[in-house]
Design a protein around this ligand. Structure first.
Ligand SMILES: *Cc1c(COP(=O)(O)O)cnc(C)c1O
Length: 240
């Protein structure tokens, strides 16, 4: 369905624009991140050719496979998947501008050590499990302030924002609760002087609610690239 990509992309851009209007926000406040897990480099390039610049992968293996093909096309790569501590070194080999899924102190420590060794820095979003589902990764919201203060001690990691995956539910109000919670965590962190200005929340099915609740980045895959072969739990599982 590769010929649908430009058309699908346009309809997502329209949805974002309308959602911004309805929320009384400027369109410029919201960026689109293309969630490209399982999408071929060729199809990603089609979306980049249409003017998009921000992409996110869930697995290092996929970043690696597409790296050469995408190198020549201007884009910014974020990591949005579960990052195992033993993969930190490998991740830093690719031009990943930001890790949106920083969800535990042990990972932050590992990152700090490796970044120090390589004399690099990286942007990061702290990921929170706002739906409290066991299947989802993310720091417990109750620990938000302590976790953020701990991460802030690591001078190689620049906290830029927060990320969450909302509850999978057809009921907007339940999903909204998750996004409101992330916004609430942001307020707490800003109070402590932690500059977590970005809010990465909202996907194909719930981006309107996320924009209403203050999202600055929405992450969209299916609605642009089509259905994936496996359910998301498959891609979000630690062992896959
Ligand atoms: C796959 C994925 C998305 C996009 O989900 P869609 O429902 O396909 O739009 C967003 N965020 C993360 C972390 C993902 O893994």
């Amino acid at each position: 369905m590769k010929n649908d990509i430009p058309k699908n992309l346009q309809s997502i851009l329209n949805r974002i624009e309308i959602a911004c209007e309805n929320a009384g926000r400027s369109r410029k406040e919201v960026r689109l991140l293309l969630a490209t897990k399982t999408v071929s480099a060729e199809n990603i390039k089609m979306a980049l050719a249409a003017g998009e610049t921000l992409i996110g992968e869930n697995k290092i293996q996929e970043i690696k496979e597409k790296y050469e093909d995408l190198k020549s096309v201007r884009h910014e790569q974020h990591f949005i998947g579960h990052l195992q501590t033993n993969k930190v070194k490998e991740l830093l080999r690719y031009d990943v501008a930001c890790i949106q899924s920083l969800d535990r102190l042990r990972l932050a420590k590992k990152l700090q050590n490796r970044l120090e060794y390589e004399n690099k820095t990286i942007d990061a979003y702290l990921q929170f499990n706002t739906s409290y589902e066991e299947s989802k990764f993310g720091m417990n919201p109750e620990n938000a302030v302590n976790f953020a203060l701990d991460v802030q001690q690591f001078n190689r990691i620049n906290i830029k924002g927060l990320m969450t995956i909302g509850l999978f539910s057809a009921e907007d109000e339940k999903v909204r609760k998750c996004f409101k919670l992330l916004k609430n965590i942001q307020t707490q962190l800003l109070d402590k002087g932690i500059s977590a200005h970005e809010l990465s929340m909202g996907m194909s099915s719930d981006l309107e609610v996320a924009i209403q609740e203050g999202a600055t980045i929405v992450r969209v895959g299916t609605a642009i690239f089509g259905k994936r072969e496996h359910p998301d739990s498959y891609y979000w599982n630690e062992t896959n």
